[in-house]
Every structure is written in C-alpha cells, then in structure tokens.
Ligand binder design. Sequence first.
Ligand code: DAH
Length: 341
Amino acid sequence: MQNTQLRDILRDAKAQLDKAESRVETDEVRVRFLGKKGRLTEILRSMGSLGAEERKRLGKLANDARIEIEGMLARKFEAVKAAEHALRFQAEAVDVTEPGTEFCIGAKHPITITIEEISRIFLHMGFSVTEGPEVETVFNNFDALNAAPNHPSRERTDTFYITDDTLLRTQTSPVQVRTLLAQAPPIKVISPGRCFRVDTADATHSPMFHQVEGLLVDEDVTMADLKGTLDVFAKRMFGAEVRTRFRPHFFPFTEPSAEMDMSCFKCGGEGCRVCKGGGWIEILGCGMVHPNVLRVGKIDTERYTGFAFGMGVERIAMLRRGIEDIRLFYENDMRFIEQFG
Ligand code: DAH
C-alpha cells in the first residue's frame, strides 16, 4: 500500500519538477514533497504506528525516495538557475559596438575666460580682485566720479535708472569709489563686472556688457607707472611684439586722461582688417585719478596720487578671438561657446 504511494509521490515530484521554470517554482515543489507538511514527510511521520520490521523496510524505501527527490531538486535548481542567469545576461548585455551616450559637460564662456586672462596678468603684478554691485547709487556711479551734473551720460536715454538715486551701473568705475571709501593707500585693485547702458544691440553694441576696472593709489605714483603697467598688460595679453601709445582724452574722474592704443597684433601696424587699416587698436581708457575723486575717500591728495583704467571685456575678447558680432556672446549657442573652453 505505502509502496505504491511512494511510487506515486516520486512520479508526481518528477512531473512537477519537469514543469517548474524558476527557482521559486522549484522550491514550491520541494515544500510540497519535503516540507513540514509535504507528502513524503507525512508518510515518514505516519510510520510511527507500524511494526518494527515493517517500519525498517518502509523507512528505507521512503528514505531512498527522499534522496532521489533531493537529487532531482538539486539538479533542477541548478538548471533553472543557469537558465535564469542566461536570460539575465542576455537582458543586461552591453553592445560594446554601440555608440556611447555623449555627456555635455559644458565649457567656460569666452567672456569668463577673457576676464580670467586679464585678471591673471594683473594678479601677477600684485593687484587684487574686488567686486562691486550691479545696482549702484547715482552718487557712486556719477557724482563721486566727478561727473558734471548735466553730463549727458546721466540722461534717462542713456542710463537705466531704478529709482531717482539708484541705477544699473554704466561702468565699473564706481568700484573705485567703494574701494577708496573702504581702504587706505596703498591701493592696488582691479574689478571685473557687468555694466548696463540704454543701447540698441548691433554687432558692436549691447545694453549689457563687461568691463575690468583698475585702480592704484600710493605715494609717488606717476603717469610713467600708468604707462608701464598698461604696456606690460598689452604685451602679456596680445603678444610681446605689441607697442602701445597714449592719446589725450577726457574722463571726468581722471586728469590727465588718455586712451591707450596698441599696434595691431595681427598686421604689426601695417594696416589690415582687424585694425581697419590704421595699424593701431584702441583698447582702454585711463588716467591719473582726479583729486576730487581721491577726496571722496578722504585721501590726502598732497601725499598720494594714483592712476585708474577701464577696459571693455567684449571688445578684447572679440579682438583676441576674431569674433565679429558682440551678440554671439549672449545667445548661448553651445556651438559658439564650446569653441573657447
Ligand atoms: N569708465 C570708463 C568708461 O566706461 C572707462 C574708464 C576710463 C575707466 C578711464 C577708468 C579710467 O578707470 O581711468 O568709458
């Protein structure tokens, strides 16, 4: 009677294992036959009521059956495990011949690069870098810089006013005022930043642009220091063969004032497209700090003198990199920007 039962159990276990397709299903079969309430376990348990002879005989048969089922389970387990792995490897397979995903890591903006290049040159000459706010007082942007009360640049057609007393700075020169108010000589700073003027954008104008300001105040500072410093700057920025010249000019906050030209770095002064035939390129404004400006910072104008300068970053970037339209800087076209990083 239990003989045939054992045979049925073996047959059923085999049949069910044949159908199992995963490790989970295989284990379910194990539980059904060898688990606490499994069919074979029940038989082994029921043998307690048999006589010794019978129990010994059946016990051996049942044990053989258990070993056989365990063997089948182990083999099946290995088989489905291998099959599962094969499936998974297939699903996760990497086709190394496929083109990879291209990650865009971006690039530094050419204006940032140019500001860093300019800053590095002045840092090497002992200047430090300071920054001022883009929203300025009318006092710092105009009055303290000795601009005449009726100076045309104060007009609402030229300057973005926020209130009667505040505006978007039209130049980085107000950082001179802030520095003079905050520090005592010797002063040796540059200040890069954004400036704003009411302007219609075209190839060379933009209502937002960048400048780098410079200010040096100390004892015995002369025009010769100004010329030497800015000549070194031009040579480091554009090439050792570049020469500079200073043309008289007017700025309210410097006296005397000048514009610095450099010999064309492209043609060496022969005349070409870059210098528009003239051989010289204007690159910055400068001068000796006006005593009225020094006095705003309560600086003793008998003891101290200084020089200042200001340059347009876009203009320098355009010259150095042969960029012909200022608007390219602000369009954020990666094809443009990535060329400079
Ligand atoms: N702020 C002037 C401008 O925007 C540039 C400039 C000229 C700055 C002469 C200076 C300077 O510090 O000395 O046109």
